[in-house]
Design a binder for this molecule. Structure first.
Ligand SMILES: Cc1ncc(COP(=O)(O)O)c(C=O)c1O
Ligand SMILES: N[C@@H](CCCC[NH3+])C(=O)O
Length: 384
């Protein structure tokens, strides 16, 4: 999964660090463009998945737009050179400062998540004599069949506007002068591996679109968010996700009006498999019934296992000895700082390099300095 020439380079580097394989990233972006172009669909990148500068540069060079969830993400996308007319801003709690940043930058769309938010955007746009382009984020109540913490489109989730508020939204859209409705937006969750979920979403979108048409609203675009999952258990079998089936699910089920554009905001499926967290074995220690492999990387660098009990396949890059069962853990002062339990891996020694795979999405972007640790570094295949 990681070319030997890079492993040789890793030996001289201080760990832990993220390593991004930009060749795989470019191939993934080529594939997503090829499959989405078949239907004229437009793909944006969800910056929250990974805002690493070099990685964002590759995304920009691929011509993608950016889905942002904070004022700083909006500013970063624009600073990196993503055209402002391809930048969208979502999020349930946009602050006045963040809204002003986005207004100042004349972004493509504010994806609005509540009636009070629409009113504030109207007010702040009015103060500077602008009309803000607004897409209404709708909660379609579709179960994405994923972890409850990354489920976002069920009716009791905090995200989006529910159907019982549509009439009220319609009144605001007609009366407020400093906003302009451009589209509707959905995002039902992340790490979705059952394609039929996207078929269900498409059918719900058709129904919801009917309401807007019946009420005299024209929608230039529909944004169905992101969510396509990846193979964490066997990343080597599926380095590039099945974009073909993904886009086809929408094409076969979602009815667009003439001239209407369908937008996507993919995060994980674009960047997860190109990223690996590289660490060293600090100690191997005997537990009651197990052996602990204690790495110099922990939940500060990759929080997903601690937060969602997520799996990241681990490989010892420098040992091919006999297989031993390990609990692979980090150095942080929390019992949840555990990457996996009872994992069969080649016998480990102090100093071995261990990679945690599929870590390009929600790895570095969720890293912290808890326990006063250093912020994790990163390298990519272009520079090594
Ligand atoms: C509004 C929005 N769009 C897009 C994404 C990207 O999702 P994913 O990484 O699952 O493709 C997210 C994160 O879940 C999101 O909250
Ligand atoms: N951070 C989550 C994804 C959340 C997506 C944002 N809505 C993960 O690591 O899987």
């Amino acid at each position: 999964m990681i070319d030997n020439r890079f492993i040789e380079k890793f030996r001289a580097l201080e760990t832990p660090f993220y390593f991004y394989d930009f060749d795989l990233l470019r191939r993934t972006l080529d594939e997503v463009k090829q499959e989405s172009n078949k239907y004229g669909y437009i793909v944006h990148y969800a910056v929250k998945a990974n805002a690493n500068d070099a990685l964002l540069g590759v995304i920009r060079d691929a011509g993608m737009g950016a889905d942002c969830v904070s004022g700083n993400e909006v500013a970063k996308a624009i600073e990196i050179g993503i055209p402002r007319e391809k930048v969208a801003f979502a999020g349930v709690g946009k602050s006045d400062k963040e809204i002003r940043t986005a207004l100042k930058n004349d972004i493509f769309s504010f994806n609005c998540e509540s009636i009070p938010e629409i009113e504030v955007i109207d007010e702040l746009a009015g103060e500077i004599g602008k009309v803000a382009p607004v897409a209404i984020r709708i909660n379609p109540d579709v179960d994405p069949q994923t972890h409850e913490y990354i489920t976002t489109g069920l009716k009791d989730n905090k995200f989006g506007i529910n159907h019982w508020d549509f009439d009220e939204v319609g009144r605001r859209l007609r009366s407020l002068k400093n906003i302009r409705l451009t589209g509707i937006h959905f995002h039902i969750g992340s790490q979705i591996t059952d394609i039929s979920v996207f078929e269900q979403l498409s059918l719900k979108v058709n129904k919801i679109q009917e309401w807007f048409v019946e009420n005299g609203f024209h929608l230039q675009h529909i944004n169905v968010g992101g969510g396509l999952g990846i193979n964490y258990e066997n990343p080597e079998m599926e380095p590039i996700p099945d974009f073909k089936s993904y886009f086809k699910a929408f094409h076969d089920n979602l009815e667009l009006q003439p001239g209407q554009q369908l937008h996507f905001e993919l995060g994980r499926s674009l960047v997860a498999q190109c990223g690996h967290l590289i660490s060293r074995v600090l100690y191997v220690k005997k537990g009651l019934e197990t052996q602990f492999m204690i790495l110099d990387a922990g939940m500060t660098e990759l929080i997903r296992p601690a937060l969602y009990k997520a799996t990241h396949k681990a490989t010892n890059l420098t040992s091919n000895g006999e297989l031993v069962k390990y609990d692979v853990v980090g150095p942080i002062c929390e019992s949840s700082d555990t990457f996996s339990r009872g994992t069969l891996m080649p016998v480990a020694r102090r100093g071995d390099l261990v990679a945690l795979h599929s870590a390009g999405a929600y790895g570095e972007s969720m890293a912290s300095t808890y326990n006063m640790r250093d912020m994790v570094k990163s390298y990519n295949s272009d520079e090594l």
